[in-house]
Design a protein around this ligand. Structure first.
Ligand code: ADP
Ligand code: MG
Length: 599
């Protein structure tokens, strides 16, 4: 084929590929335009998670009617004139690409009016082809309607996630911008459902409450720090409040939401040794700095930036957050690592670490022996159906997976059970073990449709932030199928009236905390496959209802747990595949103590 210049429609579609990935990207660009236009109020309306409609209306300064056509053309911007300006950008936009890109992959209508004109103008763009502006009566400001996003790029449509996920991305985005601009009024709604509405009174904590619920908002610690030309403000979570992913870590730089690896690690370093492994803080941090110190033109969607003095900003963030944390919370005792990673003169490193290694190896082998087990949970599901047993190559005689009868010795650290078997010592993680027990019982009962519920003496009422509530609603039928009696009890409020009998046995269970935690788990997950949902949900529920590490168990409870575990089909791993126990065989103990063989 000969070389040809691309038509402007095709060029725009290519550009759109970088910037407009999903409905939330459209919302982001339009929101940024409204903020750049000095809007006080931004109203966002979506339909069908943004697939059908995204409308962003603002009361900003508008676009003169004779510039409307330019606004939707590519490389047309009012925010930048010379290339030098690129290095001191004070607006969110500057690429002059968003409207053209969006217009090339949707039906776009833009209506705008400036204060100097009596009438406004309206322009339609269909798949990149712009019509002619018409005069319309309207108030000062701009409204952009984006309909049928990606109607002309079917492959893009296929890449979209479920409505729940796309909607959540929009929610996350708008709530974060609302946090960054507390003096502006934001309203986000889908149909009659208002997800977020902020009063624009500058109160960030109130917006945090809308985002995470009142409880969480109350606990968040305020950060304020200033150093030469850097300013940091916002909120970080206390040590007691964590999430299992980094998704709630938010940084804004000069009013722009950015994802920056170095900022994230600066933050995590501030928490260093104070959080458990795999737990992450929630933050909403806002950094102000001289625009010349930060290059915003390094990412098509402007989501990443480059700092002139990366180390300096890193250390500023790390120190400031650390200071805030220490001011609010006592320093916890950091226990020396069992495996001798902290080497001091009094603990000769060699023998220590080699013991650690041996133990670790022994426990690895344990898991490897049972590889078919942890890999799939199928034995727990289909052990009642004989044909699947015989066709599954990994179906081994059950005595291999099962554990021998154990003699309980006791509980240590309120976390592990110690037991003796014919072949050595077993250290059992009480939480993981209980998870396994609950899971197998629950699945067995479900199979026979006999999940017994127990009514709570006093029903528990739980209020969740709107986004979480929406998510929970979608899971209610599955929860009910698992023996929970949970129903909506007012806006964003749920009442738990009964829980499966299984979960009622152990002391210290708190259905409302479990429900909150469950929703947190939903949020982490992309929509699982339909047939996986219930299994996954069951595993999660068990995780949340199982006894925790640090919970002292009565003798009776310890014994029950052990007996129940012995009865499990896959006792050596929890439903998520982590080991429930470490086995120290007689053989290994003998070697370790130099009674036999090695050394
Ligand atoms: P950029 O924001 O990078 O300049 P856009 O394609 O997003 O590029 O917008 C093009 C131009 O249209 C902007 O520079 C601005 O002048 C105008 N514009 C877009 N949205 C609005 C709005 N909501 N209010 C006022 N002007 C707007
Ligand atoms: Mg823009």
């Amino acid at each position: 084929m000969p070389i040809r210049l691309l038509t402007s429609e095709v060029a725009s579609q290519i550009a759109a590929g970088e910037v407009i990935e999903r409905p939330a990207s459209v919302v982001k660009e339009l929101l940024e335009n409204s903020l750049d236009a000095g809007a006080r109020t931004v109203t966002i309306t979506i339909e069908e998670a943004g697939r059908k409609l995204i409308e962003v209306a603002d009361d900003g300064f508008g676009i003169p009617s004779d510039e409307l056509e330019l606004a939707v053309s590519r490389h047309a911007t009012s925010k930048l004139v010379r290339s030098e300006d690129l290095f001191s950008i004070a607006t969110l936009g500057f690429r002059g690409e968003a409207l053209a890109s969006i217009g090339s992959v949707s039906h776009l209508t833009i209506t705008s009016r400036v204060a100097e004109e009596k009438e406004g103008a309206r322009l339609k763009v269909e798949g990149g082809v712009s019509g002619k502006p018409t005069k319309v009566g309207t108030t000062v400001g701009t409204t952009v309607r984006v309909e049928d996003l990606f109607y002309n790029v079917p492959p893009r449509l296929k890449f979209l996630k479920s409505d729940v996920t796309e909607r959540r991305a929009i929610d996350m985005l708008v709530t974060r911008y609302a946090l960054a601009y507390p003096e502006k009024r934001f309203k986000l709604s889908e149909g009659k459902n208002v997800t977020l509405q902020t009063p624009g009174d500058g109160d960030r904590r109130a917006i945090l409450a809308a985002l995470y619920g009142v409880d969480v908002a109350k606990q968040m610690l305020e950060v304020m720090a200033e150093e030469e030309d850097y300013r940091l403000s916002g909120f970080v979570s206390p040590l007691s409040l964590t999430r299992s992913n980094r998704r709630e870590i938010t940084f804004f730089i000069n009013g722009r939401w950015v994802h920056d690896v170095s900022l994230n690690s600066a933050l995590l370093q501030a928490y260093h040794t104070m959080l458990m492994v795999g737990r992450y803080p929630l933050t909403a941090l806002f950094i102000e700095m001289n625009p010349e110190e930060v290059d915003v033109n390094v990412h098509p969607a402007k989501a990443e930036v480059r700092f002139r003095e990366q180390d300096r900003i890193f250390s500023f963030v790390q120190r400031s957050v650390r200071k805030a944390l220490l001011a609010y919370s006592p320093v916890p005792n950091v226990a020396p690592s069992l495996w001798g990673t902290t080497r001091t003169a009094s603990t000769p490193p060699e023998p220590r670490s080699s013991v650690g290694l041996e133990w670790a190896i022994a426990h690895d082998e344990e898991v490897r022996d049972l590889r078919p087990e942890p890999r799939s949970e199928s034995p727990a599901f289909n052990h009642h159906s004989p044909d699947s047993q015989s066709t599954t190559p990994q179906a081994q005689p059950s005595h291999i997976a099962r554990i021998p009868l154990l003699r309980l010795i006791g509980q240590i650290g309120a976390t592990y059970l110690v037991a003796e078997g014919p072949d050595g010592l077993y250290l059992i993680d009480q939480h993981a073990a209980h998870e396994r027990v609950l899971f197998e019982k629950l699945m067995a009962q479900r199979e026979t449709h006999k999940i017994a519920s127990q009514t709570l003496l006093t029903p528990v009422v739980v209020t969740l932030p709107p986004q979480s509530a929406n998510l929970l609603v979608t899971q209610l039928p599955s929860l009910q199928g698992l023996g929970f009696d949970v129903e909506e009890f007012g806006p964003n409020t749920f009442q738990v009236r009964a829980i499966p009998v299984l979960f009622a046995g152990f002391a210290g269970n708190d259905p409302s905390a479990a429900l909150r935690a469950l929703v947190e788990d939903f949020e982490e997950d992309e929509a699982p496959l339909e047939n996986e949902i219930e299994k996954k949900l069951a595993a999660r529920v068990c995780k949340r209802m199982a006894v925790k590490a640090g919970q002292t168990l009565s003798n009776e409870e310890q014994r029950t747990l052990l007996t129940d575990l012995e009865a499990c089909d896959s006792p050596r791993t929890c439903p998520h595949g982590r080991p429930t126990m470490i086995h120290l065989s007689v053989d290994m103990l003998e070697r370790q103590f130099g009674r036999r063989g090695a050394r």
